[in-house]
Design a protein around this ligand. Structure first.
Ligand code: CA
Length: 234
């Protein structure tokens, strides 16, 4: 357990939502700071003093996208979770392109919010994973192999890297661009289509029913999310 409380910056101009967020997160044991406009949000966020930023999109002075852009331009890599309206598909895509890590749609469920926050805080924790178990599968980061029901599954190096990228960010949306960066490396000429093909291959190796994936979930217009309730050993 880390000794310091995780600090979360909440950016929300709607008082009732802001208070509910603050209550929820404080109950979970986080330190919170609340700001209600884009200018203040950007100034506080680039201080880099937070472990996570919950960022509403529609804000006075400057919107959440602009805040996101400024934070990333300043080289601050704090995870950003956007709060978006359920119907605004384009907002989610734009937000992820501007460097947000994930989004939560309003009205959000308290359980979902807690799970997402936890997932992103875990991701930034500086610890190394040795194995990750989900279903009958076990991804072994030391031997770089995947086993199912104890038997080694034949994975290419690329498939291993792709699966590793997913499980280390389980529960998070990964765009095709993020996957290209993580697996093929920044500046690759490989196209989105190649990502989709590799995901299809991977599903055949990890999914009980590849035609109805339960781990590697497609999110239309956004990318993929690994949904395994896996167990991590370090
Ligand atoms: Ca708002």
């Amino acid at each position: 357990m880390s000794s310091h409380k995780k600090r979360i910056l909440i950016v929300e101009d709607e008082p009732s939502i802001a208070m509910a967020l603050e209550d929820d997160l404080r109950d979970e044991g986080y330190d919170t700071e609340l700001v209600s406009d884009g200018d203040t949000a950007a100034a506080r966020a680039v201080s880099g003093k937070f472990d996570l930023i919950l960022l509403d999109v529609m804000l006075p002075k400057q919107d959440g996208f602009e805040v996101c852009r400024q934070v990333r331009r300043a080289g601050v890599e704090t995870p950003i979770l956007l709060l978006t309206a359920r119907t605004q598909e384009a907002e989610k895509v734009l937000g992820l392109e501007l460097g947000a890590d994930d989004y939560i749609t309003k009205p959000y469920g308290a359980r979902e919010l807690r799970a997402r926050v936890k997932a992103h805080l875990r991701r930034t924790a500086p610890r190394t994973i040795e194995t990750y178990r989900f279903g009958d599968a076990e991804l072994d980061f030391v031997r770089c192999e995947l086993r199912r029901a104890g038997k080694v599954v034949d994975l290419s190096a690329l498939e291993f890297k792709l699966l590793a990228a997913f499980v280390t960010r389980a529960g998070c949306v990964l765009s095709r661009a993020q996957l290209l960066d993580a697996v093929w490396g920044p500046g690759t000429n490989v196209t989105d289509r190649v990502v989709d093909n590799q995901v299809t291959n991977l599903r055949k190796k990890i999914e009980p029913r590849p035609e109805r994936p339960r781990y590697l979930i497609s999110l239309r217009g956004l990318g993929y999310r690994f949904d395994g309730q896996g167990v991590t050993e370090r």
